[in-house]
Design a protein around this ligand. Structure first.
Ligand code: RIB
Ligand code: CA
Length: 314
């Protein structure tokens, strides 16, 4: 099997951790490395969390490179109310022994992409600051990037604002640059990720696996689930496992449905800053389509695959 060479860019957080756990378990993927960015929490915390999760899962072989400590042009917004003060649902994992690379994220991504014999896929599930800097600094690498699959945006919904999703809202300028860069994009926005929820029964099933990874998932879901249940408007029957959707579109595309669209990020709106305006029209659209927007998921299969991934760890 030709494995997919993959770079993960994360702001580990609870759902980022589930995405990492899933990616590590997939034989279809060759994880070249993980880059960290500020988002759900500050860079020091998202980096520590990423290293801790890798150590906890016995995968210290995966290199971690630190990226941007904040957006290109704006102050950082974090989400402690969603992911806890430590970013992992306030679950305390042992302090990681391993350190991040001396090399920064953009330099590491450049090296991994240049050294890969085949075009590399980037799965970016945090603010797109690192990715924007990579594409701006080394535009010649675009031809060696297969696609950029993001958790971000929403054609018809927001969470950080009525019309903007958190990852885009935190760094709209970076997102704007990435969507304009001309690299094939897959947008896993809130349209699909809010369908990818884990119910209390699903979380209990992780705990019932009886292994470290299953207990870890159930533990970090606890705070995250309570946040989702505290919402008033449009309450879900569970907590949205946003980031794992993006990785699973790479390994199991058959579980998803989507449409091509022209997507542009609004940078000017007083009330629409960070909105991913998606034009699905075939005639009269604003410009050539630049993204495949995922709109539907087989949620049951999604949860089954996450449980199978967690069960695969000793
Ligand atoms: O809006 C949800 C996204 O923002 C997820 O990637 C979550 O981890 C946060 O980064
Ligand atoms: Ca994330």
């Amino acid at each position: 099997m030709n494995k997919i060479p993959l770079i993960l860019d994360v702001d580990t957080g609870v759902d980022d951790a589930i995405a990492i756990l899933y990616a590590l378990s997939c034989p279809e993927l060759e994880l070249l490395g993980i880059c960290t960015v500020a988002g759900n929490q500050t860079l020091d915390k998202t980096t520590r969390n990423t290293l801790s999760v890798l150590e906890y899962l016995g995968r210290t072989d995966v290199p971690v490179a630190m990226g941007s400590s904040g957006p290109l042009m704006r102050p950082l917004h974090t989400a402690p109310q969603v992911h806890g003060e430590n970013g992992l649902g306030n679950v305390q994992l042992p302090e990681p022994a391993k350190k991040p690379l001396e090399e920064d994220a953009v330099s590491s991504m450049r090296r991994w992409i240049e050294q890969s014999p085949r075009p590399v896929t980037i799965a970016a599930v945090g603010p797109l600051t690192n990715i924007a800097l990579l594409l701006k600094s080394y535009p010649h690498l675009k031809s060696k990037i297969e696609k950029i699959a993001i958790m971000g945006g929403g054609a018809f919904r927001g969470n950080a604002s009525p019309v903007a999703e958190f990852n885009i809202y935190v760094d709209p300028e970076a997102a704007h640059m990435v969507f304009k860069a001309g690299v094939p994009m897959v947008m896993c926005g809130l349209d699909v990720t809010m369908q990818a929820y884990a119910t209390q029964e699903d979380i209990d099933a992780f705990a019932a696996l009886g292994n470290k990874a299953g207990r870890f998932c159930a533990d970090i879901f606890r705070f995250y689930y309570d946040f989702h249940m505290s919402g008033v408007r449009g309450k879900l029957p569970g907590c949205a496992v946003h980031d794992a959707v993006t990785v699973m579109t790479l390994t199991h595309p058959e579980l998803f449905k989507g449409e091509d669209a022209y997507v542009e990020v609004d940078l000017d709106g007083q009330y629409t800053l960070g909105c991913t305006a998606a034009d699905f029209r075939d005639r009269g659209r604003i410009a050539e389509k630049n993204a495949h927007v995922i709109m539907e998921i087989d949620r049951e299969a999604f949860i089954r695959l996450l449980l199978k991934a967690a069960a695969s760890y000793s």
